[in-house]
Design a protein around this ligand. Structure first.
Ligand SMILES: Nc1ncnc2c1ncn2[C@@H]1O[C@H](COP(=O)(O)OP(=O)(O)OP(=O)(O)O)[C@@H](O)[C@H]1O
Ligand SMILES: [Mg+2]
Length: 585
């Protein structure tokens, strides 16, 4: 599966009704509140619709008849109607505001959970900044649609239908003439909508690009300063910021194109009422009071229509954002769990059978690899930089699946193990250790339920028992030493020590160390070696190292390069292969 979200061909257009269906799913739990809000909206619209008719009646009966008591009574009634409609307006805003926020909350959760379920390959291909923008900005556009636009949408439509009924029933000919400019609007709206949505999509996309750029330059700030390349990132930022600026302006223009046209139609409608209405009055077919009611209804028809224009733009923005969110939600983890896989007795803890692998969009890194690892043995992978050692180890831990062939863990396809079971069996210390902003303790206990409730004293005992006590001494505040994920509160070597303790305490069956000692002094390295040697003899160790002294104890050495994995036999032979490679390249 292709995981790159910003590739044009992966962008699937969702049909209008499908979007409607999906959006409905998001709010289906809010059904009750939405129905109440709709009832409130209907009451509100009815109140506003009755008022003009009452005004017309007051003019024709009481003002013309000079009955001032009647005028006062009706003025009071109309005022009461307006106050009631004010209250219902507030109620509606409150109700739908809550719905919008809850949708936002659920949607963000949903995306985040989806992201968590996706494999490493997804994160290789997408920038965090863009993903953050989708989680933050795009969901908020949907929230705005739900909290502000949805009910107003219905309110406007309801109001328009009501006003239309009043207009046509008061005088069908005048009514029809008043409504005629609206037909023209319908046509224009239909024609412009796809363009408006496209402009909004582009604008959201470049907002995502802007986030990615910010993220990248913040992450690499030290390098930027060290190489004095502030100008370079400044220029790049300027570019994406410029793009975002012009895209946002274009979207803004697109979103507001319709508003003046709607205003024009509204004015033409009123003009028609005035001209035609006055003509009707002079021929004695109409009264002043009716004309005033009529004008008011024409207003009640065209005002919501004008609002609809703005809402329509809102809706297009929400649709564009939904497309971006949906791109994530429809992704499936391409590392599925296999069921009913047979178990073979292959006498190996880990076996590669005709394994091929290539990264998406990359060349083949591993070609037809066959490999059998026995329980409790120590294996070493050596080879030139970029030769495929980390890739081989990543396949062993199922960060990726082979593009062909299969990998057996304890004689069973590695794809048949659940994430929990697999990660319990396989400990992987990455070349670049990944830690979380927290304390040493939290980082050591990460993913280890066994000791999660232990206090510092208990945990220190466990650490001492595992022979890791000396390592903990490398941290001045012990378990409570603060760690920052991207900062330098601890050194790279210290990070590797934490990753090491984390892996050892989990007591995995297979322990993979990818350059785990590359940043550690020779004394501490010796310590790690002793710890490794003292591990249960059942633990299979796979050590990737550039420094050959770290793999002296290996039972078997493999040389990994240009898609091949060759048994090196002895240490000397391994050395020779490396030297030979270096001489030839
Ligand atoms: N995430 C990735 N996406 C695409 N290609 C990758 C990715 N990771 C590695 N590669 C490519 O795969 C090849 C093998 O890389 P790998 O990291 O396995 O090498 P290595 O032997 O671990 O090197 P080193 O000694 O520098 O750690 C390289 O050509 C590299 O460019
Ligand atoms: Mg590597």
């Amino acid at each position: 599966m292709q995981y790159n979200l910003n590739k044009e061909d992966t962008h699937k257009k969702t049909a209008f009704w499908q979007v409607g269906q999906k959006l409905w799913l998001l709010i289906s739990e809010e059904k009750k509140i939405i129905i109440i809000a709709l009832i409130v909206v209907i009451i509100n619209s009815l109140l506003s619709l009755i008022a003009p008719r009452l005004i017309g009646h007051t003019i024709d009966t009481y003002i013309i008849g000079r009955d001032y008591h009647g005028v006062l009574v009706f003025a009071g009634i109309i005022l009461a109607l307006y106050l009631l409609s004010l209250i219902t307006s507030y109620l509606q805003i409150r109700l739908m505001g809550g719905v919008g926020q809850r949708v936002l909350y659920r949607l963000r959760n949903k995306i985040f959970n989806k992201l968590q379920s996706l494999p490493v390959a997804f994160f290789n291909q997408n920038k965090a900044g863009d993903l953050i923008s989708r989680i933050n900005n795009d969901t908020d556009k949907i929230n705005q649609f739900f909290s502000q636009s949805l009910v107003q949408f219905f309110a406007s439509i309801f109001m328009m239908i009501g006003a239309m009924i009043f207009l046509l029933s008061l005088n069908i000919r005048l009514g029809a003439a008043t409504l005629s400019p609206a037909l023209f609007l319908l046509l224009i709206t239909r024609l412009l909508s796809p363009w408006v949505k496209r402009k909004n999509l582009t604008s959201s996309k470049s907002l995502g690009g802007l986030s990615s750029e910010i993220q990248e330059s913040l992450n690499n700030f030290k390098v930027i300063i060290a190489f004095n390349r502030r100008d370079f990132f400044k220029k790049r930022f300027q570019e994406v910021n410029d793009n975002n600026y012009s895209d946002a302006i274009e979207a803004g223009v697109a979103n507001n194109t319709l508003t003046p046209i709607y205003g024009l139609a509204s004015n033409i409608g009123q003009l028609i009422v005035l001209a035609y209405g006055l003509a009707l009055i002079s021929s004695g077919h109409f009264t002043i009071g009716l004309l005033i009611s009529f004008l008011s209804y024409a207003n009640s028809f065209y005002n919501p229509l004008r609002q609809l224009a703005a809402l329509w733009a809102n809706f297009q923005t929400a649709l564009a954002s939904w497309d971006r969110i949906n791109e994530i939600l429809v992704l499936e983890n391409n590392l599925p769990l296999l069921e009913n896989t047979p178990s073979v007795d292959n006498n190996a803890i880990l076996e590669f059978k005709n394994v091929n692998f290539k990264y998406p969009d990359g060349q083949e890194v591993l070609h037809n690899i066959n490999l059998k690892l026995s329980k409790g043995k120590i294996y070493a992978l050596i080879g030139p930089t970029g030769g495929g050692k980390t890739t081989t180890a990543s396949l062993m831990a199922r960060l990726y699946d082979p593009t062909a062939g299969e990998i057996l863990l304890n004689g069973k396809d590695i794809r048949s193990y659940g994430d929990e079971e697999r990660t319990k069996k396989i400990g992987f210390i990455l070349q670049e250790p990944i830690l979380f902003t927290s304390t040493v303790k939290e980082n050591i206990l990460y993913g280890n339920e066994k000791y999660s409730s232990y206090d510092n004293k208990q945990l220190e005992n466990i650490i001492a028992k595992a022979g890791l006590g000396q390592l903990l001494k490398r941290f001045d505040k012990g378990l409570d030493t603060k760690v920052t994920a991207s900062g330098d509160a601890v050194s790279l070597g210290q990070k590797q020590l934490i990753a090491f303790m984390r892996a050892i305490l989990r007591q995995p069956e297979i322990l993979i160390l990818d350059e785990a000692t590359a940043n550690i002094d020779t004394v501490t390295e010796k310590l790690l070696e002793d710890i490794l040697n003292n591990l249960s003899s059942d633990t299979t160790k796979i050590i990737i190292a550039h420094r050959l002294n770290t793999i002296e104890k290996a039972d078997e050495i493999f040389f990994v390069n240009s898609g091949k994995l060759i048994r090196a036999g002895s240490m000397d032979h391994a050395m020779e292969m490396l030297l030979h490679h270096n001489r030839n390249s």
